[in-house]
Write a protein that binds this ligand. Structure first.
Ligand code: CTP
Length: 445
């Protein structure tokens, strides 16, 4: 039947040879152990859509941990297992990983007593999943390698490009699926099916999102804001009324939407620089979304989401100061549009990259974006060639003048007053000989 057609041909055609061989190896071990083995979920969905995805999830009808250990022993892999969930991760020598789940559930009724094992079926297992497009399973066992199992109409929904839940309580059981629905819809260019949309609306009305813990909510938000083009998903979240669950004052006002869209352009520009620095895209979008929140409201939103301290310290703690700087820059530009590099350096230096990109996105003036761009691509790398030891070797006695002279030399470098090491050395000598560099600094400005 078309429901259980074979996609062995597709597996051979669309996957790299090594991945295809791996699937066969998984099936072979299943054959030896008498266990049915399936590739499931996002991997199958993306395979049918022709989207590259080598993130293989496996489900074993039976004891997945036992299967994982046996497979690992035969193929020189390590295993990390989680008994409570009957899941395991097979880790290959090159670091590649495969998640293995079981359709077998164990219940420990009381300590010291053997667990009650429920061998649930593949169908039962798939029924617990979020959307029909994620319920497709491909059998890997030799005799039926490539046989597609489609219990819930996943193929048809892939064809009609629909995100559809399996049953009416899906969002009540797991409210984070509301975000997943939006993420898949936007990433794949699908539509959330009408009835599923109604279920989302009623879940929102029932405030089920309030029951989701901070970190879980943050995790869903991060996954959305890390997508390639998250603006559509942000608009969709706002449309479903999800933003107030992060903070009551969070709304996608037209001016915030402008900042969010500009963030997309700024990040696209940044990617084209191919800089080695990792930039956390989600943090830039998060700052953009919270653009109109007061400092207190922004902190409350971070608390609601349980944003880890190391992240809020790095990115969000200077938010108020950074916004103040941006205002000061815009006022300064109205007085006089001529700006020295050392001023730009002074404005931005010490701010994390994410905050700089956010400032560029929210600035009303094109010049500000240019300044951020100069700073990020060039000015922040500028260094003096002389260091403390270098100054000492030129005869400067230890003391507070080290700092002032170093700062003065950096300004000279940034503004092109000195363009090579020799000129820098000459300026250093002049500064050392003068009264702490103060009068020379004045002379230059
Ligand atoms: N799943 C679910 N409910 C959730 C999270 C996950 O039912 N709240 C199921 C989905 O069916 C999914 C599978 O668990 O296919 C694996 O989850 P995940 O790796 O998050 O999904 P992928 O489909 O692989 O998504 P991505 O492409 O973003 O990795």
């Amino acid at each position: 039947s078309p429901k259980n057609r074979s996609i062995a041909g597709l597996l051979g055609k669309r996957l790299p040879v090594a991945a295809g061989k791996l699937l066969h190896d998984l099936g072979t071990v299943g054959d030896e152990l008498g266990l049915a083995v399936y590739a499931i979920g996002g991997f199958v969905r993306d395979l049918l859509l022709g989207v590259a995805n080598l993130d293989i999830d496996v489900t074993v009808e039976g004891d997945g941990i036992f299967f994982a250990e046996q497979f690992a022993a035969r193929h020189g892999c390590r295993v990390r297992s989680h008994r409570t969930f009957s899941t395991a991760v097979v880790i290959f020598p090159d670091g590649a990983k495969i998640d293995v789940a079981s359709t077998r559930l164990e219940y420990y009724e009381s300590p010291g007593v053997l667990p009650t094992v429920e061998r649930s079926s593949l169908r039962h297992d798939l029924y617990r999943r979020d959307f029909t497009i994620n319920t497709l399973a491909v059998c890997l066992n030799g005799p039926s390698f490539g046989r597609l199992t489609d219990y819930f109409g996943g193929q048809q929904d892939l064809q009609e490009r629909l995100v559809r839940v399996l049953h009416n309580l899906s969002f009540v059981e797991d409210p984070t699926r509301v975000f997943r629905a939006i993420r898949f819809e936007q990433r794949l260019g699908f539509h959330i099916a009408p009835h599923t949309e109604n279920l989302i609306r009623s879940a929102v009305r029932m405030n089920v999102l309030n029951k989701v813990g901070g970190l879980r909510l943050l995790n869903e938000l991060i996954q959305i804001l890390r997508e390639n083009e998250p603006v559509g998903a942000i608009v969709r979240m706002a449309g479903f009324g999800l933003l107030p669950f992060v903070h009551p004052a969070l709304k996608l006002l037209p001016e915030i939407r402008r900042v969010v869209e500009e963030t997309g352009r700024v990040l696209a520009w940044f990617r084209l620089l191919y800089l080695p620095d990792a930039c956390e895209q989600w943090q830039v979008y998060f700052l953009a979304l919270g653009d109109r929140l007061t400092t207190d409201e922004f902190h409350d939103a971070c608390r609601r989401l349980a944003v880890p301290g190391r992240i809020s310290t790095k990115v969000f703690s200077h938010r108020r100061q950074a916004l103040g700087t941006l205002d000061a820059i815009q006022r300064r530009l109205r007085r006089n549009p001529e700006v020295r590099n050392s001023e730009i350096y002074d404005w931005f230096h010490g701010l994390p990259l994410e905050m700089l990109l956010y400032l560029a996105a929210r600035a009303n003036r094109e010049e500000v974006r240019r300044f951020v761009s100069q700073y990020v691509s060039r000015l922040r790398q500028v260094r003096c060639s002389l260091d403390g030891d270098g100054l000492a070797a030129l005869g400067l006695a230890p003391g507070p003048r080290f700092r002032t002279i170093m700062d003065r030399l950096l300004v000279a470098r940034l503004d092109g007053e000195v363009v090579n090491d020799e000129q820098e050395r000459a300026l250093a000598l002049l500064l050392i000989a003068s009264d702490g560099g103060a009068s020379v600094a004045k002379m230059h400005h």
